[in-house]
Ligand binder design. Structure first.
Ligand code: SIN
Length: 293
């Protein structure tokens, strides 16, 4: 695929303009990563939270799986997404297809062309993934960009009083709907957040590698801060969400074909803007297993 070789040579880390994100160059995805290259990528990832690898239009699903496995075990895709998908000849449980493409009347992937609201992936389970890798195979002529926020900075800039107030609070993360608002199979509609079904996680987590504190919000819909009245929970979450999604904590990924973006799901949230449903967008995603929050 290229003349690069994954030796011990330094990879290039170019910070991107925003509150997080760096572009990595000098990694050859057609070769196994050396320990040195893997370590450099991990260090850049810890520092910049989101990494972009640009200009790799020929990666296969197996290449994406092999790359992702450098950083941990892979989770199976979320329930209700891409099962028995006609797109791949071989069913690969580690691959989630994110797409609006329809084949033989059946969507080949999840999230359609809708906006995917701010969220971290799968925080409604007890052990949410630590990372996601998203690879662009087809992109629309406009729209469909992905925005990220830096949850370390969101936490650091809270008032001392608010930090103290949330220090020992936990939140229920709604499992019933995906980030495009679709009800997951097997879940009932819940309109009272005090009855939300999903994992319970602290509002503030300590990142196991950086040892820094970050806000951990998951997704807004259906969230409920355990032990508070519904009104107090709603007011607190509204305040935290308004703060965490301020533009000063953001960076936006404008996709090009062959981009691979890897984000830290523990200390970043993301949202995907809507795009014209008559155009095509096709991405492959892997998720790297996480640890208890
Ligand atoms: C996701 O929310 O994981 C998908 C993001 C995207 O489609 O850009």
């Amino acid at each position: 695929m290229s003349s690069m070789i994954n030796s011990n040579a330094p990879v290039s880390v170019q910070p991107l303009p925003g509150a997080l994100g760096a572009e990595i160059r000098g990694v050859d995805f057609s070769q196994p990563l050396t320990a040195s290259v893997r370590k450099q990528v991990e260090e850049a990832w810890t520092k910049h939270v989101v990494l972009r690898f640009r200009g790799m239009p020929t990666l296969s699903a197996d290449d994406l799986i092999a790359f992702s496995k450098n950083f941990g075990n892979l989770d199976a895709r979320p329930i209700g997404s891409s099962e028995k998908n006609p797109y791949f000849e071989v069913d690969k449980p580690e691959i989630t297809i994110i797409s609006n493409v329809v084949v033989a009347g059946k969507p080949i992937g999840g999230l359609g062309a809708y906006e995917a609201v701010w969220h971290s992936d799968m925080t409604y389970v007890d052990l949410p993934p630590k990372a996601s890798c998203l690879y662009a195979i087809e992109i629309p002529p406009s729209g469909g960009n992905t925005y990220f926020v830096n949850m370390y900075e969101a936490y650091d800039t809270l008032s001392a009083g608010l930090k103290q107030r949330i220090a020992s609070l936990s939140c229920v993360h709604d499992a019933s709907r995906n980030s495009a608002g679709e009800l997951r199979r097997g879940f009932a509609e819940i309109n009272d957040p005090t009855k939300t079904v999903g994992a319970v996680h602290p509002l503030v987590r300590v990142h196991p590698t950086s040892k820094k504190r970050c806000l951990f919000l998951g997704r807004r819909r259906g969230a409920y801060v355990s032990g508070l009245s519904l009104a107090d929970s709603e007011a607190l979450l509204d305040e935290l969400w308004a703060h965490a999604t301020e533009p000063r904590f953001m960076w936006s990924q404008e996709w090009q074909l062959g981009d691979l973006v890897m984000w830290d799901n523990r200390c970043a949230m993301h949202r995907r803007e809507a795009f014209d449903p008559s155009t095509r967008r096709l991405m492959l995603r892997t998720q790297i297993s996480g640890e208890a929050v």
